[in-house]
Write a protein that binds this ligand. Structure first.
Ligand SMILES: Cc1cc2nc3c(=O)[nH]c(=O)nc-3n(C[C@H](O)[C@H](O)[C@H](O)COP(=O)(O)OP(=O)(O)OC[C@H]3O[C@@H](n4cnc5c(N)ncnc54)[C@H](O)[C@@H]3O)c2cc1C
Length: 463
């Protein structure tokens, strides 16, 4: 590998994400102007905040719900992600089972699968055109070690109620042909979405329900009964934090969820001959079994959006602002894309961008409302937030209105996790993990089993 990266003449780096390119990056709406009283104030207008507002207003139309957003609705990961509306759990089955039992972990898994259809159903009901197609997901293995991991993960899944109809091994060329694929799995539980269209459509739907979304309004302090901004304070019985990868920027929460960067490139539209060559005729999502994994989608306008890790973490839990992506990351993603699909070499990169997601110390997501203080939050989805945020929104609704439901009994509710280590340990740990993953991927090209280096990396970071 070492393909010269081919950038198209109109190449854009950053500017939030490619997903806003057709519509233009939204101009933020009105900011908060003075103090307010509400029933519920939500900090952050990504999927988590907006789904929560949506379901609260559906359940209790009389509730006064206010959302405060520091930039514009969909500025964060919700407007930048890879568009996998996936049924994969944001966390490990074993860890949820360790606290709540195997059956509870299975219930959470089933709710994840059901949440995909819930999102699709709301898109239909609210006329949100987010290019949604439930075409399933293919995961490929490109080395014997990856193939061994893939087989092991499919058989281990059975313990969590994931049946043959939910996930199975398939011929690596059955759905699409990735160069060098030696094994593959297939699951119907994944839909392709255009992330920004989904988040913008949701923002429109919640506004129509009577929720006010104040933009350009950064919250500087969250405390019981209030969210403080430079332009006024919103007082409310419930204050819900929906800031995922940005949480580390809030006072007192620097070590709560590690802000992990992920990056994507998108090609120019590819001709029909390309899609025939690779056999990618549906809207399947595509992932792999490398430690330094990739994720991809075929977009509605026939491009490949291809993502991976890039520069994973910035010292001191800093977060990058508008998605500018390091040159080396663009090159690395392009090289990998061409390695997967040599027939794409004649295309070029139209756009590159990055975003930030939240990773808890135990890599398991959480949703929580403290009935005593009225403070709540959801996040730490470790890169599986597109579907999980919907489940979080419905769960936060039940917790806020004080109803005990099947959702409030799920094992991720009220989960407590220890904080990440202080710097420089945090930086060293995360960078060691990625270095070891890269080395493990390299070594696995010539060995049949998972490299011990990857296990060391997992040990260091609790992955
Ligand atoms: C590049 C990338 C690819 C990804 N791909 C996938 C994928 O394919 N599938 C998947 O399931 N998940 C994916 N994820 C993860 C997923 O996108 C996120 O988990 C999900 O969007 C989180 O939604 P959220 O609403 O909780 O957070 P966000 O969408 O990040 O929203 C948080 C909002 O809070 C605002 N905010 C932050 N601080 C403040 C403050 N102090 N005051 C006011 N507002 C504030 C931010 O501006 C932002 O709009 C990806 C993430 C990234 C970055």
């Amino acid at each position: 590998m070492n393909a010269q990266v081919s950038l198209s003449s109109g190449f854009v780096n950053g500017d939030v994400s490619f997903w806003y390119r057709a519509s233009g990056v939204p101009s933020p709406g009105p900011r908060l102007d003075g103090d307010l009283q509400a029933d519920v104030v939500i900090v952050g207008a990504g999927y988590t905040g907006l789904w929560t507002a949506y379901y609260l207003k559906q359940a209790r139309p009389s509730l006064n719900v206010v959302v405060l957003e520091k930039d514009f609705a969909g500025f964060g990961a919700s407007g930048r992600n890879g568009g996998w509306l996936t049924g994969d759990l944001a966390g490990s089955h074993q860890r949820y089972a360790a606290t709540h039992g195997v059956e509870a972990a299975r219930r959470l898994q089933r709710e994840m699968y059901a949440s995909i259809d819930e999102v699709i159903g709301v898109c239909e009901k609210e006329a949100i055109d987010a290019d949604v197609v439930k075409g399933g997901v293919v995961n490929v293995a490109r080395t014997p070690a990856q193939a061994a991991r893939l087989r092991a993960s499919v058989s281990a899944a059975r313990a969590w109620g994931i049946e043959e109809t939910d996930l199975r091994l398939v011929d690596p060329a059955e759905r699409l042909r990735v160069t060098g694929a030696v094994a593959a799995s297939w699951s119907p539980h994944c839909a392709r979405v255009q992330p920004a269209k989904l988040v913008q459509g949701l923002a429109r739907a919640v506004r129509e329900l009577g929720v006010t979304v104040y933009e350009r309004t950064p919250v500087t302090e969250i405390a019981p009964g209030r969210a403080v901004t430079p332009f006024g304070t919103v007082r409310a019985r419930h204050v819900l934090r929906a800031t995922e990868g940005f949480t580390s920027r809030l006072k007192g929460l620097r070590r709560q969820w590690l802000p992990m960067n992920s990056s994507l490139i998108v090609t120019e539209p590819l001709p029909a001959s390309f899609w025939e060559t690779v056999g990618w005729q549906g809207s399947e999502l595509l992932g792999d079994m490398a430690h330094y994994y990739m994720y991809a989608q075929r977009t509605a306008d026939d491009r490949i959006a291809f993502g991976g890790r890039g520069r994973p973490y910035l010292y001191g839990s800093r977060v990058d602002a508008r998605g500018h992506t390091h040159e080396r990351t663009v090159e690395a993603l392009w090289e990998l894309l061409i390695d997967f699909f040599p027939a794409a070499a004649s295309s070029s990169v139209a756009h590159a961008w990055s975003g930030v997601l939240g990773v808890p110390r135990d890599w398991c997501s959480t949703v929580h409302v403290d009935p005593a203080t009225g403070l709540g939050w959801a996040g730490g989805y470790t890169g599986h937030g597109v579907t999980t945020a919907n489940l979080a929104g419905r769960t936060l609704r039940d917790l806020v209105v004080g109803e005990r439901t099947a959702l409030t009994e799920l094992p991720w509710v009220g989960r407590r996790v220890r904080a990440w280590e202080p710097e420089p340990l945090r930086w060293l740990g995360v960078h060691a993990m990625y270095r070891l993953y890269r080395m493990a991927d390299h070594r696995e090209r010539s060995m049949p089993r998972t490299s011990a280096l990857a296990r060391v990396a997992d040990l260091i970071t609790g992955h």
